[in-house]
Design a protein around this ligand. Sequence first.
Ligand code: DGJ
Length: 377
Amino acid sequence: MRLRLKFSIIISFVCSFVFSQNNSFVPGKQWKDTDGVHINAHGGGILFVDGTYYWYGEYKTSGRAGNVSLEGISCYTSKDLYNWHNEGIVLKVEQDGNSEITKGCVMERPKVIFNKKTGQYVMWFHLELKGQGYNAAKAAVAISDSPKGPFKFKKSYRPNKGVWPIDFKDEFKTAANNEAGLKSWSPEWLTAIKNGMLVRKDFNKGQMARDMTVYVDDDEKAYLIHSSEENLTLHISELTDDYLDFTEKWTRMAPAGHNEAPAIFKKDGIYYMITSGCTGWDPNEARSFSAKSIWGPWEPLGNPCVGKDASLTFHSQSTYILPVEGKKDEFIFMADRWKPENAIEGSYVWLPISFSNGKPVLKWFDKWNLTAFTENQ
Ligand code: DGJ
């Protein structure tokens, strides 16, 4: 009798383990971690270290208030990309009201990279100071000796203070007479933005940094790609060799193009970027670009999404593009389906990237797994 009881306990344990395993991606639906709880890692990015994927993201809490950072940045680990184990909060908000990352600040879109020279894991994120809305517009950096953290907050920046972009015309370095009075969104105002009106405005203070990602190139040089100039223009800023500061080499991308949510990847020596427009938490139509050099020129390639809801990026907004480890040309588009009214419920839209006529293409799948790449090419 006792033997039979033991046997049935073991069988039910094995069954619950086997059947609770995920073996596919189900975009936009609840995604349970290995504890059976919906994954809480929004605006995230992924780092691969020694056979393990680390997913870092914004840890949201319930209600509208849960859009600000009450806990910090979370981390989940996985070996197969389907099943994720919660590693907890790896960068905690601080209780000290004078800290820049005090509870109630805004910490968004964290991305972690590894620095081979220093052996440190470096996290960059978008930081807004408590009670100041989105006005601070800062990029912040934290470090750890382990991908599992804990990360220690180091510094926040307004990037590229007192330096012009590499390809900035001399005539743009001084303000045109009438520009202060131009009507927002008028053709003259858009031209003034393209010609660097907001770069000049923030020249002494440092440039704005809101939505962002970080990219490490094949030569180990790293770049922060951030929405700047009131989200009107993306900036690409080279990081120092330790990845903790800026070299002062930077460029503007798609001036006055109003891009957020940058995500970048490289295939066959070409850089591709997928971004969104700017409509707060609401989804809009994605954009894509390609360039032979990270410094541009960046050619617009249009909306990468096709099919139903392509004009709303399938009700999501880009956050990261993940190269599947050990697989040439397999890239996963990662996006957030935000739920601002109950932040914790936001879900994730992961889709395989295919290519057509040299352009990245995103098709909707209700459910898919990694075999989609071979079927999809
Ligand atoms: C859109 C951005 O992409 C998000 O990261 C977040 O900052 C929201 N705006 C806030 O409204």
